[in-house]
Design a protein around this ligand. Structure first.
Ligand SMILES: Cc1ncc(COP(=O)(O)O)c(C=O)c1O
Length: 379
């Protein structure tokens, strides 16, 4: 799906220079590269505090720990997401309380969040799936009413916006992943926690190093969640190239939407999105290809970390996948099983997550980086 060698080729020299800089410095853990990266990414996002951590899964864990999520606490999150969202809650002994997702924009039903808040609710995780922000206003309003913190899982959405607000700046804390497939991916693993709250930032910094501000004096039970100097140095190089890379993704998404519409008869699923509680799910005949929908944001607010279409009807997505594979086109299914259906989280009220289950059967991610090379062969 993604040719990382080709992606790195234009600035290979800069990456090698970054490697040499770290090699020659003799500093490999929490040194000047991590500090500089934290300053640079905080400025890019427009957030007061950015803390570099080991990966996006640990970023979620740290954010949840920072707001004191512990055994028996409930945390509301979408069921249609990557495992780490719900996994981080469970790693702390918390209980993920799932919300269904919208069949058009794939993000959680923001209009259903308030109804899930109960006496044990300790936090809400809003996931900005595939590079598009969840509809934050109803979520923030419900959280504010009950005095509950909101964590934005922006692992896939660096640079995405909701009504002009950057992902990772709207909630109490934001979390990001720098896994190589992300729009800002490093040459290994990395993650980030963002916040405007200096006390929470300080707490996350402590938790990152076994809960100690002063070495060997432990105030909290943290862990080793450090971002490596080398990864920070690579991220600094790649951050300089991020804006043009995002522009290219947006341009490619626009082209792909146009071509899929013209050649496959692919259509937009809806005119106004259900995630905001005002649209309606429409019926489409089997085999209809539904285009990814930017529900409440302008085109430039979606970062297209994944370009995900839907193919309506039983088995139709899988049939198309096989056909594309025969043409040498790799696709991916995000996600074949929602969290409420996972063996470790099995919940019985499956009827409440009808849309997520439909998405699991019908979504298909197409490659976005090399559309020029594969489009002529399929269409
Ligand atoms: C929505 C979401 N949350 C969290 C993560 C976890 O990030 P990482 O792989 O860096 O641990 C991912 C990674 O794919 C993700 O997509």
């Amino acid at each position: 799906m993604l040719d990382l060698v080709a992606e790195h080729a234009p600035y290979r020299g800069e990456l090698i220079a970054a490697f040499e800089r770290v090699l020659d410095s003799g500093r490999f853990v929490l040194g000047p590269e991590v500090e500089a990266f934290e300053r640079e990414i905080a400025a890019w996002i427009g957030v007061p505090h950015a803390i570099g951590v080991s990966n996006g899964s640990d970023a979620l864990l740290l954010a949840l720990q920072a707001v004191d999520v512990g055994p028996g606490d409930e945390v509301i999150c979408p069921t249609f997401t990557f495992f780490a969202t719900a996994g981080a809650v469970a790693r702390l002994g918390g209980i993920p309380v799932f919300v269904d997702s919208a069949e058009c924009c794939y993000n959680l039903r923001a209009d259903q969040v308030a109804a899930k808040i109960g006496p044990k609710t300790k936090a809400i995780i809003a996931v900005h799936l595939f590079g598009q922000c969840a509809d934050m206003d109803p979520i923030l309003a419900a959280a504010k009413k009950h005095g509950i913190p909101v964590i934005e899982d922006a692992a896939q959405a660096l640079g995405a916006k909701d009504k002009g607000r950057q992902a990772g700046t709207m909630g109490t804390l934001g979390t990001f992943s720098f896994f190589p497939t992300k729009n800002l991916g490093t040459l290994g693993e990395g993650g980030l926690v963002t916040t405007a709250d200096p006390d929470l930032a300080e707490k996350v910094r402590k938790l990152r190093v076994h809960g100690a501000k002063q070495k060997y004096f432990h105030e909290l039970i943290g862990g080793n969640f450090r971002l490596h100097e080398l990864q920070a140095a690579f991220l600094r190089v790649k951050l300089k190239h991020l804006n043009p890379a995002l522009e290219k993704r947006r341009l490619n998404a626009k082209k792909l939407i146009k071509v899929l519409h013209e050649k496959w008869g692919a259509v937009m699923p809806i005119v106004s999105c259900v995630c905001r509680g005002q649209g309606q799910v429409m019926d489409f005949t089997p085999k209809t290809v539904l285009l990814p929908f930017s529900c409440h944001s302008g085109e430039s607010d979606h970062t297209w970390n994944q370009f995900v279409i839907r193919v309506v009807g039983h088995g139709e997505r899988d049939a198309l996948r096989v056909k594309l594979a025969a043409e040498g086109i790799q696709t991916e299914v995000y996600y074949p099983r929602s969290m409420h259906e996972q063996a470790c989280f099995l919940q019985k009220d499956a009827n409440s997550y009808h849309s997520s289950e439909t998405l699991s059967k019908e979504t298909l991610a197409l490659p976005l980086d090399n559309i020029e090379t594969y489009l002529p062969s399929v269409l």
